[in-house]
Design a protein around this ligand. Structure first.
Ligand SMILES: NC(=O)c1ccc[n+]([C@@H]2O[C@H](COP(=O)([O-])OP(=O)(O)OC[C@H]3O[C@@H](n4cnc5c(N)ncnc54)[C@H](OP(=O)(O)O)[C@@H]3O)[C@@H](O)[C@H]2O)c1
Length: 276
């Protein structure tokens, strides 16, 4: 059981981060620094949850988080859930350096920078860093090229850094499949899209993450069928071809919709959420 711990959860206002926090908040003695940009959305908890607003796609945001942790915790951060992230759902066919960099800043640069900050913060004391990567950090799909690239980068980073990391810091990585959160809404600019199959509830993912961390697992797969399916697709390529084709059709419909919006044939849905 995870109790009497100083915990950071990023992306705590919604989805997977919120469900991780909900698992931990009731355990005796836990104090949670709950971070996202709109921390006013983190409500209904007691004094042991400290909401904090920071844009974690910036160095200033991550630095501010650590300064806040040092201010509010009586001791080191024992557990750090590095979870905040977002996708783009799109056909990747544009030349826009800033748009590319924006997603990498949030999903990759920030998470890598956090590793070093956390290591220095610990200064030899014990800690665990839990990265929310993605099933798409192992299997990329059409419509998510850039997003998958940010997550594959994290898969590579954790693989190498494990063999450099001093013994006081351990790392767990989580690979959720599609999860019913704001994620797809954010990625599609508020349009309705069909997530890749299968789809899990955030509560299932939150429970699996906390259970995995309790067991000190290095890699946590909240969906039991993901690894067998990945293997099946490797040994029976037509299964993968069928699965990918379904994702291509979804992307094709999405692109068609965007074109119809541009042409004024259907209502343009304004972006409800932005990455920055
Ligand atoms: N849902 C899925 O299908 C799925 C599958 C695999 C992996 N994941 C990963 O799971 C993680 C959580 O996603 P989710 O599905 O729970 O999505 P979500 O419901 O959209 O939650 C994202 C959280 O991150 C915060 N956030 C976004 N941009 C931020 C920024 N610049 N600085 C600080 N906080 C920021 C959001 O709050 P604010 O907007 O207020 O900042 C929110 O609390 C992500 O890393 C995602 O890549 C998701």
């Amino acid at each position: 059981m995870i109790s009497h711990q100083n915990i950071v959860v990023t992306g705590a206002s919604s989805g997977i981060g919120k469900s991780i926090m909900d698992q931990l908040v009731g355990q005796e003695g836990n104090r949670i620094l709950a971070v996202c940009r709109r921390a006013y959305r983190i409500t209904g908890y007691g004094d042991n949850v400290i909401p904090f607003s920071a844009d974690l796609s910036t160095r200033e945001g991550v630095d501010a988080l650590f300064a806040k942790a040092e201010e509010v915790f009586d001791g080191p951060i024992d557990l750090y859930f590095c979870n905040a992230g977002a996708p783009y759902y799109e056909r990747f066919d544009y030349e826009d350096w800033d748009r590319i960099a924006k997603l990498f800043d949030l999903n990759t640069v920030s998470h890598i920078y956090t590793y070093s900050k956390y290591l220095h913060h610990l200064n030899g004391r014990k800690g665990r860093l839990v990265y929310t990567i993605s099933a798409m950090g192992e299997m990329a799909l059409p419509g998510y090229a850039l997003y998958a690239a940010t997550k594959f980068a994290m898969k590579g980073f954790q693989q190498a850094i494990r063999d450099e990391t001093p013994e006081n810091l351990s790392i767990s990585c989580v690979y959720p499949v599609s999860t019913k959160t704001n994620f797809f809404n954010v990625g599609s600019g508020g349009r309705k899209i069909q997530p890749p199959f299968p789809v899990q509830m955030p509560e299932t993912v939150g429970k699996a993450v906390v259970k995995g961390v309790e067991k000190l697992k290095e890699h946590i797969y909240p969906c039991a069928v993901f690894l067998p399916s990945k293997y099946l697709m490797k040994v029976v390529p037509p299964v993968k071809a069928m699965y990918v084709k379904a994702q291509q059709s979804k992307l094709h419909r999405f692109v068609k919709r965007l074109k119809a919006e541009e042409a004024g044939l259907i209502e343009d849905i304004k972006l409800k959420h932005t990455i920055k």
